[in-house]
Design a protein around this ligand. Structure first.
Ligand code: CMC
Length: 430
């Protein structure tokens, strides 16, 4: 704790508020005791300037476009790490040794299968059910099927829940896709890597050999790694919020999946491809869509653009854009949707509306182009985001439970603006 403090003048009273300094030098004013000492709370719509917790997992400098997992630059992790290695780093704080990584992978593989009874849950969903809704429901149902790993205060149960969550989520994700197209489920195979397994469960059919494109395996790994954590975003905050009541990991993650689905968050990747295809169908009329995005009376937004934290190019978007170029060049392909995205970026980044508001492409702007190339349908885009973000959700849930001094339930306050006390009017007199 630093000895610095900020002074708040409340009428004649001066209140000293401690300043905490993060390892990267960021300074925050600690208001935890403000209410107890003065009766005041702070008001911060949409938590735009509120630090909800301390965390040692991910560092973001939104002004400079920097992202680091446990201190390692995202560019390096993206180039060198496989998703299970990244998950280990995020959850346990250090890069694993070869032995630790092998044990971790074995533990995850051991929990890939679902209870056969869970297949009846999938069967009950209508054929047009969105895979995100299926994913959150079935992940929530894991709390029914795994009753011996629900207790967050028991370290062994927590570890078991982590392996089960990491093992089963990709199976559930792939089954949700198979369910939506009416094809038989493909079971996981333990001799495959995490990404190979997922692609096989998604695209193989029992009647044929499945040949995997190694470029797609690498691209999927890259996308999962880039999505693996991002500080206190909406879904991660949801996982922490829900978990803070001491509920189990499965229920907390299920809530996180629901939060991710919205178009302002993870759902932006699906919305972005819809937008780019819409522009293409509209004779590539970029100007019309840019004008709509700028119109204060139109709630149309450029999807995949802008970010609460980044006021610079999202470093993840830079890597994904490069990968799009490489994949298209390697396969000698021209992709009209990618061409539109490139042009849209160029036009927007030279327009004063976007410059003044510091709106740049985010992680969701180019990712859909790669999913498209891999043959992944639009409705699965956000499911893959969820698969990628899972290690981050788990890392935050675990960090919260292991917090020195113990965990407290998350319970924001409010400024009440409703009616003052009123006299009740009986029904007959209303
Ligand atoms: N297109 C047009 N205008 C925008 C956009 C956009 N994509 N994003 C923000 N603005 C404008 C907004 O209208 C506002 O203008 P004004 O000051 O005139 O009222 C200003 O920029 C600030 O926007 P804000 O809504 O206060 O910013 P926020 O921090 O609350 O929202 C955001 C962040 C990501 C929700 C928003 O930028 C957005 O809706 N983007 C499109 C959806 C999207 O791509 N989401 C994915 C985010 S990255 C991955 C993830 O976190 O899941």
């Amino acid at each position: 704790m630093s000895s610095e403090y900020a002074i708040l003048q409340l009428g004649d009273e001066k209140v000293e508020l401690p300043i905490q300094i993060g390892t990267e030098g960021n300074r925050v004013i600690d208001i935890a005791k403000l209410y107890g000492e003065t009766g005041y709370i702070t008001l911060d719509d949409a938590f735009a300037n509120t630090g909800a917790t301390t965390s040692a997992i991910t560092y973001i400098d939104g002004e400079k476009g920097i992202l680091r997992y446990r201190g390692y630059p995202i560019e390096e992790i993206a180039e060198r790490c496989e998703i299970t290695e990244t998950a280990y780093l995020l959850i346990y704080g250090e890069l694993p040794t070869a032995e630790q990584l092998e044990t971790f992978r074995t533990n995850i593989r051991a929990h890939k299968l679902l209870h056969e009874g869970m297949k009846t849950i999938f069967a009950g969903f209508p054929p047009d059910a969105h895979p995100m809704a299926i994913l959150s429901s079935v992940v929530g149902a894991l709390a029914i099927y795994c009753p011996d790993s629900l207790e967050p205060s028991d370290p062994q149960q927590c570890e078991l829940a982590i392996f089960r969550m990491l093992g089963k989520m990709s199976t559930i994700a792939a089954f949700s896709f198979k369910q939506s197209i009416g094809r038989p489920f493909i079971y996981p195979q333990n001799n495959l890597t995490y990404c190979q397994n997922f692609l096989r469960m998604m695209f193989a059919v029992p009647s044929e050999e499945y040949e995997m494109d190694p470029d797609f395996v690498s691209a999927l790994n890259l996308l999962l790694v880039l999505h693996a954590d991002h500080g206190q975003n909406c879904s991660t905050s949801t996982v922490r919020m829900v978990g803070s009541s001491t509920v189990n990991l499965f229920s907390s993650v299920s809530a996180g999946i629901c939060a991710l689905w919205g178009a302002f968050h993870g759902g932006a990747n699906e919305a972005c491809i819809n937008m780019l295809e819409g522009i293409h169908a509209d004779n590539d009329n970029l100007g019309k869509h840019i004008d709509r995005a700028k119109d204060p009376n139109d709630n149309y937004r450029l999807m995949g653009f802008g970010h609460r934290v980044y006021k610079n190019y999202d470093p993840r978007a830079t890597i994904i854009k490069e990968t799009c170029h490489k994949l298209l060049e390697k396969n000698n392909l021209k992709n009209p949707i990618f061409e539109i995205a490139l042009e849209l970026e160029e036009v927007a980044l030279s327009d004063s509306y976007f410059i003044e508001r510091k709106l740049y492409p985010n992680v969701d702007f180019y990712s859909g182009i790669i999913y498209n190339l891999m043959g992944i349908p639009k409705q699965m885009f956000t499911v893959i985001f969820a698969l990628g973000r899972l290690p981050g959700w788990i890392a935050h849930w675990r960090e919260m439970h292991l917090a020195p001094g113990g965990m407290r339930i998350h319970r924001p306050r409010q400024l009440y603006t409703g009616s003052t006390e009123r006299k009740f009017v009986p029904l007959i007199k209303r």
